[in-house]
Design a binder for this molecule. Structure first.
Ligand SMILES: [Zn+2]
Ligand SMILES: [Zn+2]
Length: 243
């Protein structure tokens, strides 16, 4: 499995390089300038360096005038079992475009770009174990691939991060079609603990998902992990946070 993924990724890289040379170099997906093998040219890559903004210790949303915790986490907290949420980007401007190109347009080269950033952030936080948030049943059939699964595979085989599939998704309600209260109530029954996972669990791990909107998904996942294992600290990392 491991070698197969490595060979596949090597062959793909080779084919992309070959095609890129034939066609005079790959174009940047944002500005169209020459970008060689990467999805973004060096100038556009600068747009997506991880932002140094003050974020809520609990949900990871950007703080405006508050300190440590956002208003929502003070007054009506959704997050209780996540010990810290770390989004890489806020979901706006160019960042929005990037997620669209990756998820909807299916520009898979971006998976490598995101994986590199996630790895950097995990290292900074000294986190080595990732738990992917599983996709809705039927989603893979519809779109052909699961972004979070692919991200985890790259992090596992290229960066040596340990991936623990501790969760399974059972409900297929699409979250984005629901309002905040509906989301909070349906999400609670959407995930279950998967006993397919390994027995020797670490003391701390990190859930990974693409976007954090209300924090309800991350909270449910953290709650399930804490209820079923002896894991003490559950953190969460997302590529984007909707502030
Ligand atoms: Zn560019
Ligand atoms: Zn908060």
């Amino acid at each position: 499995m491991k070698t197969l993924f490595k060979i596949k990724s090597l062959v793909l890289t080779f084919l992309r390089l070959f095609y890129s040379l034939l066609s005079g170099g790959e174009k940047c997906i944002i500005c169209g300038n020459l970008s060689y093998l990467l999805p973004l040219c060096p100038e556009c890559r600068k747009l997506f360096t991880i932002e140094e903004v003050k974020r809520c210790k609990c949900c990871g949303k950007e703080l405006i005038s508050e300190t440590e915790l956002c208003m929502e986490c003070r007054e009506n907290p959704v997050i209780k079992n996540v010990d810290g949420t770390f989004p890489l980007f806020s979901y706006r401007l160019w960042n929005k475009e990037l997620l669209f190109l990756w998820k909807i347009q299916g520009i898979r080269a971006l998976s490598y770009f995101f994986a590199g950033l996630v790895f950097k952030a995990l290292k900074q936080l000294q986190l080595e174990y990732l738990v992917p948030v599983p996709p809705r049943p039927g989603k893979i059939r519809k779109n052909g691939w699961d972004q979070i699964d692919e991200l985890c595979k790259i992090l596992k085989y290229h960066y040596g991060i340990k991936v623990l599939p501790l969760l399974e998704r059972i409900s297929s309600t699409q979250q984005k079609k629901l309002n905040r209260d509906e989301r909070l109530s349906t999400i609670k029954s959407a995930y279950v603990f998967s006993n397919k996972a390994l027995l020797n669990l670490p003391q701390k791990l990190c859930i990974i998902d693409d976007v954090c909107t209300t924090g309800a998904t991350l909270e449910t996942c953290a709650q399930i992990i804490k209820a079923n294992t002896s894991v003490e600290k559950v953190y969460a990392m997302t590529l984007f946070a909707v502030d």
